[in-house]
Design a binder for this molecule. Sequence first.
Ligand code: FE
Ligand code: FE
Length: 195
Amino acid sequence: MTTRYPEYQTLVQQRLSPKRFRHSVNVMERAVYLARILGADPGLAELAGLLHDVEKNTEPKLLLQKLRNSDILFSDADALLPQLWHAPAGMLFVRDRLGIRDPDVLNAIRYHTTGRKNMSPLEKTVYLADLTSADRDFPDVELVRKMSETDPDGAIVYSLQFILGEMLSQGKILHPDSLECYNQITAARTPIPQM
Ligand code: FE
Ligand code: FE
């Protein structure tokens, strides 16, 4: 697929390892596909998908510095989960260095690893595209791919059940945004008990 954003593709290629660059292009392509199903703008999905991991190969120390000096609230949970830093830092990069202002694109990048409650169609698109891109090969990936197309909310909850379950069993802190995302979608899908 040729991208509408060749200059950003070059930038991402320069900033990331070949493997992560390929992942970014795969997520971009998957995001365009899922956007139509989820009712998001395919052009914005392409942009956010391409750029979502733009800070993925940056030194954690630098990411931490950047986040601490930013207008983003950096919680105790954030400080303990360095694997998540590239997402909010990526949002700062595209906002402050590339001048991208679309709030939905910025949020889709910022929350692509944790999720959050009340995600927009674009945010869900990028979250699911990242999870189900062509390079992903975790055991259930085919199931989650199918689900991301037929029951996107179900796919998000399924992935959070797995991630949060892993974190819990390892005694690690749970990110509040992931918990809130899980609770909000689960509540919406659970019938109210009849008393
Ligand atoms: Fe990522
Ligand atoms: Fe990614």
